[in-house]
Design a protein around this ligand. Sequence first.
Ligand code: HEM
Ligand code: HEM
Ligand SMILES: [Fe+2]
Length: 460
Amino acid sequence: MPFSSQAVAKLYFIAAIALFVGQTLFGLIIGLQYVMGDFLIQFLPFNMARMLHTDLLILWLLFGFMGAAYYLVPEEAEKDLYCPKLAIILFWIFLTISILDVLGYLLFSYPELVKITGNQLLPTMGREYFEQPTVIKLGIVIVIVGFLYNIGMTIFKGKKTAINVVLLTGFIGLVLLFLLTFYNPDNLVLEKYYGAHVIHLWVEGVWVLIMAAILTFIMIKITGIDRELIEKWLYLIIAIAVMSGIIGTGHHYFWIGAPEYWQWWGSIPSFIEPVPFFIMTVLAFNMVNHRQYEYPNTLPTLWILGTVVVTFVGAGVLGFLQALAPVNYYTHGTQVTSAHSHLSFYSAYAMTVLTMISYAMPILRGRLVNSHASQVWERWAFWLMIVSMSFMALFLTAAGILQVYLQRVSETPLPFMMVQDKIHLFYWLREIAGLIFFIGLMVYIISFFIGGEVEESVQS
Ligand code: HEM
Ligand code: HEM
Ligand SMILES: [Fe+2]
């Protein structure tokens, strides 16, 4: 590790993994409630556990992104982090508010929480992915702005590489869009407009910048290929992603009362949206094939190739398939959507963070390579998680197609709950896939504790 201040990343990575476990546990609970309606219902109703599932997803990914930035920005800038102490203080603030967020929902009823946190002064609760009480949201803004200042100053004082600039731009976009969650109009159409802006422009806009910057950094490190060569592709990927992503916001406007021209403006750019993910895939395989040396730790390569392939399928293909207005007319808000949500979030963003951890964590722990045994465990974890998540998406797609047919296409459409009864089997299969995913996550965590001989250690 060239710069000692990179060490702060370790804290962020550990917190990210811990909250990821929490997210998955809540996922398993709601998955079980789908098939056993009264499971834990007195203590943790579906709506609460679902909120925690998606809230924790956002929180742990933010921990992961910030950890990745604290690791790579100093190395790219060739300068120690501007203020490592600030990064540590912000870490503890972020961890505290994340725990309070979970405890708030677990210990208080929704109306109580609304009252305690003063939501009536500035109402922001009750929106998917952003259910964090207003005070917690304010805390998140403080943490991200402090983080931006820290990495911004590091870049300002150091080398301004394409990776650093793209990453910083992504984070600025992230926080600016997050500010929109503080605007919560009473009018439901407007509320949906702004809600779609944040989550969509995050995942199909600015987060792609963060993802592309992180993956490019790792690619250069593990293949030794000249950065000038990759930078051109990096710019092309983000230019296409951002342009198609911004106009493609229209694929969330089809049925919320927005003007009709959005049917076209939402559908057509969605054709282009999978393209950057396709380029990313081809580029990653090409770079690995033309690598200049054998990076001694093979796991990051596996993670990165897995990330790009499944992102193309889960985000690009599964997203595109339902992004055309005439298709979305039938599939909107069904299990087909959920299949896409799961595979895309896991592949594009969860796996980007896990790729970074796989690359950086051994170095942060003072080694270049983990022991053979630890690598075997990590490899198992990789496959268990990626295969089970793919199956989960497959089962949800099957459930979704049946749901669409029985409820929306058939000559004699059935009511919602009756259809849910008929597709019960797929919910069981989803839960089994989820359980295997959880086992994979546990194997992943165990891999960090597997000792044994470390093949090569890093001196610096
Ligand atoms: C890059 C990663 C992506 C992530 C993480 C992602 C995530 C999501 C999530 C979580 C939802 C559900 C929103 C909700 O809960 O209401 C969603 C919906 C949707 N996504 Fe994506 N997405 C990605 C990329 C794409 C792409 C590239 C396309 C199109 C080409 C796309 C098209 C759609 C459409 C049309 C919907 C609405 C489905 C409906 O009407 O129910 N997504 N996406
Ligand atoms: C371990 C197994 C998991 C199970 C059993 C599970 C189950 C569920 C369930 C039942 C819902 C609610 C769907 C509804 O409201 O009808 C949900 C929502 C969601 N989950 Fe998971 N989940 C798991 C893991 C994950 C992971 C790893 C991610 C992302 C990395 C994720 C991302 C999401 C998102 C974005 C939503 C909201 C959008 C949607 O409703 O599809 N989940 N999950
Ligand atoms: Fe979208």
